[in-house]
Design a protein around this ligand. Structure first.
Ligand SMILES: [Zn+2]
Length: 325
């Protein structure tokens, strides 16, 4: 109800390390599989391994780590990451990884596995920036604060989609550079240099978005699930989410409410997402006389390009939909 993390968790893998999983972990250690993925580390060079729980952090770890780290991604391309379930081998991998980059609240399975298997090596991006409160729909009412948390210890009261504000993500880049520099002092200068470059790219992107969205005829964005709170906050747009949860069917009452807002604010475009069925958005668009367009929450690796190019594509889409000069 409060964020997409409030979905139920199917998280049995972390608790049940089976004999097979233990064997797999042992085999992986013995063969040095973790060290085999390219770069300049040399035989048994002790290159740090960064496990990235979702695509934006994987992109960042690759940028900041360069050839000095091995980056392991947990999320499958094209799979809605909130639903991620970890294999026993992935959970076992957390026991030996140097750092787990994640955003607590996005993937309940990861949150739980980090707590159980890598509590001392977690790099939670949500602890590094000022988070925004999770959006609450008016109909869902008041007095529910803390409700989700009571149901499950891993749920969070903030909106976890912080990578959609490049200025916050630049802070994460800098902090990741510092973290890797501390963990691998021999190569500290390289981590700091690449982190500074990544942060500069993100700051430049932030400037493009700020400029591109400064003078738009409309400032309301109707989105599929409420992933764009940080983007809306940073660039002074108003997000109207059809649903908090990417999988849940919105209630008729919520749909009627969104339709009313869309008509009142003369919304011309209802946004859909890459990984979520556009059906509801299409019905809504037809009802209010709008078209649909894809806005990518970048929760998974884009089909083409990377984080930066996907954000620039989002800017192009927004400028068209909101009639920005
Ligand atoms: Zn999401």
């Amino acid at each position: 109800m409060m964020s997409d993390s409030s979905r139920r968790i199917r998280m049995r893998a972390a608790g049940l390390l089976t004999g097979t999983a233990l064997l797999a972990a042992t085999a992986a250690c013995g063969s040095g599989a973790a060290e085999s993925a390219g770069g300049t580390g040399g035989a048994g060079g002790g290159r740090p391994e960064v496990t990235a729980a979702l695509y934006p952090l994987q992109w960042l770890a690759e940028r900041v780590g360069g050839g000095d780290v091995t980056v392991i991604g947990l999320a499958e391309p094209g799979v809605e990451p909130h639903d991620l379930e970890l294999t026993p081998a992935q959970v076992a991998g957390l026991e030996k990884t140097s750092l787990v980059a994640y955003v607590k609240g996005v993937q309940p399975a990861v949150d739980e596995a980090v707590e159980q298997h890598a509590a001392d090596r977690g790099f939670d991006a949500a602890t590094l920036v000022k988070t925004l409160a999770a959006e609450e729909h008016a109909e869902e009412g008041h007095g529910e604060e803390g409700h989700a948390e009571e149901e499950h210890g891993h749920e969070v009261s903030y909106d976890p989609h912080l990578w959609l504000d490049p200025s916050r993500f630049a802070t994460v880049a800098t902090r990741l550079g510092e973290k890797l520099a501390a963990a691998d002092p021999a190569r500290a200068a390289g981590y700091r240099e690449r982190a500074a470059k990544a942060a500069a790219d993100l700051t430049a992107l932030d400037g493009e978005l700020a400029q591109g969205l400064a003078d738009c005829a409309s400032r309301s964005i109707v989105t599929g699930h409420e992933a764009f709170g940080y983007l809306a906050d940073r660039y002074k747009l108003k997000q109207v989410g059809i649903s908090v949860d990417p999988d849940a069917e919105p209630s008729p009452a919520r749909l009627a409410e969104v339709a009313e807002v869309a008509k009142r604010e003369k919304v011309t475009t209802i946004f859909t997402e890459t990984l979520v069925s556009p059906k509801v958005a299409e019905v809504l668009a037809q009802e209010v006389g709008a078209t649909t367009a894809v806005l990518d929450p970048i929760e998974s690796r884009p089909a083409d390009g990377d984080y930066l190019s996907a954000m620039r594509q989002n800017l192009t889409t927004l400028k068209k939909a909101l009639s920005c000069p």
